[in-house]
Design a protein around this ligand. Structure first.
Ligand SMILES: [Zn+2]
Ligand SMILES: [Zn+2]
Length: 92
């Protein structure tokens, strides 16, 4: 089984504890990125906004509105979903 966050291969008895720890780290990283003025792509963005204009414009409406969720109330999940949405474009 692989950790969905760091992709590390884990034995079954360590899985839950590891994934919880990794998700906590991931949430801290997501919160920090929200407060910073750089989008994950390196473009400038407004602090407290998730993405730069270009990336925000690429999101479907339902994903944009999900990013208005409060941190701890769905924001992190919305962030992860949005990043997944960008992934295929990055690989091309
Ligand atoms: Zn992990
Ligand atoms: Zn961007």
């Amino acid at each position: 089984m692989n950790c969905p966050h760091c992709k590390q291969n884990l034995s079954e008895n360590h899985f839950d504890m590891h994934v919880q720890g990794c998700w906590r780290q991931e949430r801290l990283r997501i919160l920090k990125e929200l407060q910073e003025s750089l989008c994950f792509c390196g473009s400038r963005k407004t602090p407290r906004q998730t993405f730069c204009r270009k990336h925000y414009a690429l999101l479907p409406a339902n994903m944009r509105s999900a990013l208005y969720s409060k941190f701890g109330e769905g924001y992190e999940q919305a962030y992860v979903a949005a990043r997944k949405h960008f992934e295929p474009a990055n690989e091309r």
